[in-house]
Structures are given as structure tokens and as C-alpha cells.
Write a protein that binds this ligand. Structure first.
Ligand code: CAA
Length: 381
């Protein structure tokens, strides 16, 4: 088993780290405070090809493997998790399903501008009453002549209002009590599509999260993604991929919190010596470093196994997302504890990491949902 990164993977990690440290991290606090969407940072990332990382070059992407994708997202999140979630969502749950399920025409029309970073993507699955219970959808798309008419409300849409292209999952029929669900590509300009509200969140505040309303939104049949009735497959296949991204993002947040706690512990003196010399703090640092390394390995393993065989992604991606997100919450809480009262102040970054980490056990499937996916996989054998 080779745990060594390739030269190309090392290069991706180093170049993204350099950009993130210089262009993203210095602005992260200001953008968080002001809930300001990080347009300039995204332009820089687009120039580096990071908005179409896992998309082949023939469709405008960079053609990274999933390991490089994971390394890049970790580095972006180490600087600012808000920027990382924007990048993760457009890559993994918008570009990727078009790559997997799109026709050649759809790839040329929608994927190329997304992968080049000229446009941004979003994923519309959740609804006000259907989060974890994702198949219980009310949004309907009714066949009408040469197209479909979509009506409904989608919630928790990352990039909502900033996105040009939306993957929308809607009910198109019912057969013997079972809903037929279909995926659509819906452009921003479609009449009847709008942002109905913007969320004001605890963390990742520079990323935009909205509710979106669909009122008689007409799309042509050419905008159906995959076959009619394949919508849940499109959605869950995309989320398998997305969960590797969230695992990587959680590792990045934890790494940032750990680094700040380590530096602070060497600087802060109590009882006549730096607090890093007290066993209570040493042991915290040891636990934090160990847990981060474990989560990183689990996440990279999920990414590597996706590269080897996509069908094996589901359980591994859920394990990575489950462990990394829970770990990030523990590590960020300890980073605050090491900072003492200062950790609770906005003067220091650790309170931001703590807030940013909180959502990682919830979005793209809660920890409880990951346990359902993992246990089903284990029991199926
Ligand atoms: N790949 C492909 N297809 C899959 C699949 C996968 N990994 N998992 C399930 N499917 C298919 C099934 O084969 C099934 O197809 P058929 O109906 O043709 O048989 C269909 O999808 C439904 O699957 P289940 O019967 O397993 O569905 P379920 O109702 O039991 O739900 C669940 C399973 C795991 C609980 C699922 O609902 C789930 O993952 N819920 C969480 C949803 C989630 O992660 N939401 C986050 C939204 S995105 C977000 O957070 C916002 C953002 O922008 C970041």
C-alpha cells in the first residue's frame, strides 16, 4: 500500500496552499463578519482551474484525480471554509453529475463554462420539510408539450443567487405509490426561478445559502439530466462525491485550528512556563494531531478508492465525512479551550473555526445519515 503522494498531487497541494495563504486567509475574517461573497478569491481559483478540478480537460476542467481534489479543498478550507464550500459544491454536486449523466450537448453547453470557472453551480435537493428524508420531495415537474413545468421550493441551496446552473431534483410522476423522481438542469435566467430568502448563518458566513422558489419554471426536455426517473440516482451519486469534499473541508478547518492552538500554547505562559509545557495541554495537542491525521487518511483513502472504482465510493465517503466532521468539531472545541478566554473572543481565529466546523456534521447528510449509509453497506456485505 503506497501512502506517498505523487509529484503532481504534491504540486497541487503546494500551489493551492500558497494561493490560499496569500489570497484567501487574509480576507477570511472580514468576509465572514460582513457575510460578503468572495468573488475576487473565486476568480483567482478559477484561473487556477479549481472550479472544474475533477472534470477532464476536454470539457474545460483541470482533470485532477480525486486525491488532488481532496488535497486542494483541504488547503482552501484551511484558509477559509466559506470559500471551500462554494468550490466544493460547484465541483462535486453540479459539474460532476453533468459529467456522469449529461449528454454530449449538455456537457458542451453547461459543463464547459462551469468547469472553466466562468460560471458557478448549485444543487437543489433539500426542501423545507425534506432534509435527511431526501426522497420525500414535493417539488413537481409536469410534462407539458416539449418541456416540463417545475413548481416548488428548494432550501439550503449553497451558491443560491450566485449560481448560473442548478441541478434540480423533482417528482415527475408516481407508479404504484412510488414517486418517480427526475433531475433537471435549470439555468438562472429561467422565468419563475428566484431566491425567496437568504440564510444568515452561524458559520461559513461568506458562502451564500438561500431558499429558491420555482413558480411555473419551464425547461425544455433537453434539460433532463440522465433518464426520467433516474433523479435519485443522480442525487445520491453526486452526494457520494460531495461527501469526500466535505470530509476534506473538515480536515482543513481542524488543521487551521490546531496550528493556531499549537502556536498559542508555545507563546502563552502560565504558572511560570509556556502552557505547551503542561501535560494537560500537551495531551490535548497530541489528541488533536492524531485525530486530524486519522481523518485525513480516511478522506484520502475514500478519494483514492473513488479513483480506482467509483462504485465503491458510497460507504468510504460516508465514513470519511462522518469521522472528519465530528473530529473537526472536537478539535475546534479543544483549540478554544487551549486559548482559554481569548478563544472566545473575535480577536482570535479559533472561534471562527469552531463556528465553521459546526455545519460539517449536518450538510450533505448529517452524521446520523452517514451511519445509515455505512451500516447498510456493511450489512449488505
Ligand atoms: N448512488 C446511486 N443511487 C443511489 C445511491 C447511491 N449512492 N443511494 C441510493 N440510491 C438510489 C437507490 O438505488 C434508490 O433507487 P430506486 O428507487 O431506483 O431503487 C433510490 O436512490 C432511493 O434510495 P433509498 O431507497 O436508499 O432511499 P431512502 O429514502 O432509504 O434514503 C438516505 C436514503 C441515505 C437516508 C438518503 O435519503 C440520504 O442520503 N439523505 C440525506 C440527504 C442529504 O445528504 N442531503 C444533503 C443535501 S445537499 C446540501 O447539504 C446542501 C448543499 O448545497 C451543500
Amino acid at each position: 500500500m503506497d501512502l506517498k503522494l505523487t509529484e503532481e498531487q504534491e504540486m497541487v497541494r503546494n500551489s493551492v496552499r500558497e494561493f490560499a495563504e496569500n489570497e484567501i486567509a487574509p480576507l477570511a475574517r472580514e468576509y465572514d463578519e460582513e457575510e460578503k461573497f468572495p468573488k475576487a478569491q473565486l476568480e483567482g481559483l478559477a484561473e487556477m482551474g479549481l472550479l472544474g478540478m475533477i472534470i477532464p480537460e476536454e470539457y474545460g476542467g483541470t482533470g485532477f484525480d480525486s486525491v488532488s481534489y481532496s488535497l486542494a479543498l483541504e488547503e482552501i478550507a484551511r484558509a477559509d471554509a466559506s470559500v471551500a464550500v462554494i468550490v466544493g459544491v460547484t465541483n462535486s454536486v453540479c459539474c460532476y453529475p453533468i459529467l456522469c449523466f449529461g449528454t454530449e450537448e449538455q456537457k458542451q453547453k453547461f459543463l464547459v463554462p462551469l468547469a472553466k470557472g466562468e460560471e458557478l453551480g448549485a444543487f437543489c435537493l433539500s426542501e423545507p420539510h425534506a432534509g435527511s428524508d431526501a426522497t420525500n420531495l414535493k417539488t413537481r415537474a409536469v410534462l407539458d408539450g416539449d418541456g416540463y413545468v417545475i413548481n416548488g421550493t428548494k432550501s439550503w441551496v449553497t451558491n443560491g443567487g450566485e449560481s448560473n446552473t442548478h441541478i434540480v431534483i423533482a417528482v415527475t410522476g408516481e407508479d404504484k405509490g412510488k414517486k418517480e423522481v427526475t433531475a433537471f438542469i435549470v439555468e438562472k435566467e429561467r422565468e419563475g426561478l428566484g431566491v425567496s430568502s437568504v440564510e444568515h448563518k452561524l458559520g461559513q458566513r461568506a458562502s451564500k445559502t438561500t431558499e429558491m422558489s420555482f413558480v411555473d419554471v419551464r425547461v425544455p426536455k433537453e434539460n433532463v439530466l440522465g433518464d426520467p426517473g433516474q433523479g435519485l440516482k443522480v442525487a445520491f451519486n453526486s452526494l457520494d462525491n460531495g461527501r469526500i469534499g466535505i470530509g476534506s473541508l473538515a480536515v482543513g478547518i481542524a488543521q487551521a485550528a490546531y496550528e493556531e492552538a499549537l502556536a498559542y500554547s508555545k507563546d502563552r505562559v502560565a504558572f511560570g512556563k509556556p502552557i505547551s509545557e503542561h501535560q494537560a495541554i500537551k495531551f490535548k495537542l497530541a489528541d488533536m494531531a492524531t485525530e486530524i491525521e486519522a481523518a485525513r487518511l480516511l478522506t484520502l483513502k475514500a478519494a483514492a478508492s473513488k479513483d480506482a472504482d467509483h462504485k465503491k465510493t458510497g460507504v468510504r465517503a460516508s465514513m470519511a465525512k462522518l469521522y472528519a466532521s465530528e473530529m473537526a468539531n472536537r478539535v475546534c472545541a479543544e483549540a478554544i479551550q487551549i486559548h482559554g478566554g481569548n478563544g472566545y473572543s473575535r480577536e482570535y481565529n479559533v472561534e471562527k473555526y469552531y463556528r465553521d466546523a459546526r455545519i460539517t456534521t449536518i450538510y450533505e447528510g448529517t452524521s446520523e445519515i452517514q451511519k445509515i449509509v455505512i451500516s447498510r453497506g456493511i450489512l449488505k456485505g
